[in-house]
Design a protein around this ligand. Structure first.
Ligand code: OGA
Ligand code: NI
Length: 350
């Protein structure tokens, strides 16, 4: 269900950007700054190979660094993971090939009866705020029996194989990351996984951001936090300045580090951590000349699981900060908080 036009079509036809994509007259998109290079090259750069190693000193140090990243920023980049750079390039290539298909071919995969899987523009909520300048293809990849293969493109030919292989890698990565997140809080390693659940899902979202002549007044994706426990994002190395994260009311550019994946905590992750870790507010800006493609993977708990702060993280010093929430109640709250530019977790405070 496309609530408004596919933006790639508008861009390809050279039509002007519809008014509904512009931020309000009196609103300026606050500028982002470069973080000191040490931040992304050191402080928020996590070595995956050290996260699952035994309890060596380097392992403990990496967990401390992970703790710092999630507490103060809610995100980091991960390197030395098990997915090769050539595979990630291949994944980016098939994503770009999909978006460069003729419109008729893409429309075959238009969002279907679940209003989730499929191809559409990225505006599931149409409110008074500016619409996102982005199209996307959403596909649930895990668990396998939740896949809706009718929305999986057959063209490019290797699309399905690549996405299938990527989902297996994501599943393994999710487990390693959630175990490390739990250990970094002094919990048993399955502390987060237990709530996330064996039947937690992973949905990938291929995003297309066509060039936009008004980057000062049109967002790629408006400021938001993700619903997920964690999100894994592959950025487009050809467009180094698309993603920004917010910390202490300041927007920071996220550089593209070759071979790295960007990981952020989502609202479910924040709830589980009882607010010790933060889901990061982030946004995508538009580029006047370059189109940008990204592949996000949202790891979310099973729809019927009630998520709440992990018991060991609740104490008299740190009382329970959030009420229980599951996917359904989350969506209901989201309908109100997203238009206000707020995080869902902010409406969950006890
Ligand atoms: C999202 C998102 C970032 C990107 O879809 O939630 O934050 O770079 N995407 O596309
Ligand atoms: Ni996001």
């Amino acid at each position: 269900m496309a609530c408004s036009k596919l933006v790639q079509e508008i861009a390809l036809k050279g039509e002007s950007v519809p008014e509904r994509h512009f931020v309000k007259q009196d609103h300026v998109i606050p500028p982002a700054i470069d973080a000191p290079s040490r931040l992304w090259e050191h402080t928020l750069l996590i070595d995956y190979s050290l996260l699952s190693s035994s309890s060596s000193l380097t392992h403990q140090k990496e967990l401390t660094r992970l703790h710092y990243a999630l507490k103060h920023w809610g995100c980091f980049q991960v390197i030395n993971h098990d997915i090769t750079s050539s595979f990630l390039e291949e994944l980016m290539k098939v994503a770009k090939e999909f978006f460069s298909l003729p419109i008729e071919d893409k429309l075959r995969y238009s969002v279907g009866d679940d209003f989730f899987n499929g191809y559409s523009n990225a505006n599931e909520i149409v409110d008074n705020n500016a619409l996102n300048w982005c199209d996307r293809l959403f596909l649930t990849v895990v668990p396998e029996d939740q896949r809706r293969l009718e929305f999986w493109p057959k063209n490019p030919e290797n699309f399905r194989d690549i996405l299938n292989e990527y989902s297996e890698s994501l599943r393994l990565m999710l487990e390693v990351l959630l175990k490390a997140v739990a250990r970094s809080l002094g919990l048993e390693e399955d502390g987060f996984l237990r709530q996330h659940g064996d039947q937690g899902s992973i949905s990938t979202r291929l995003g297309m951001y066509p060039p936009c002549p008004h980057p000062d007044r049109v967002y790629g994706v408006r400021p938001h936090s993700d619903e997920s426990t964690i999100t894994v994002l592959l950025q487009d190395k050809d467009v180094p300045e698309g993603l920004h994260v917010l910390k202490d009311d300041q927007w920071f550019k996220v550089p593209v580090t070759p071979g790295a994946l960007f990981i952020n905590l989502g609202d479910f992750g924040e709830v589980m951590s009882n607010g010790i870790f933060k889901s990061v507010m982030h946004r995508v800006v538009t580029n006047p000349v370059k189109e940008r493609v990204s592949v996000a993977a949202f790891c979310t708990p099973h729809p019927e699981t009630d998520v709440e702060p992990i018991a060991e993280l609740v104490s008299s010093n740190r009382p329970k900060m959030y009420n229980k929430v599951n996917k359904m109640t989350f969506k209901q709250i989201y309908m109100h908080t997203y238009p206000q530019g707020k995080k869902v977790v902010d409406a969950l405070h006890v």
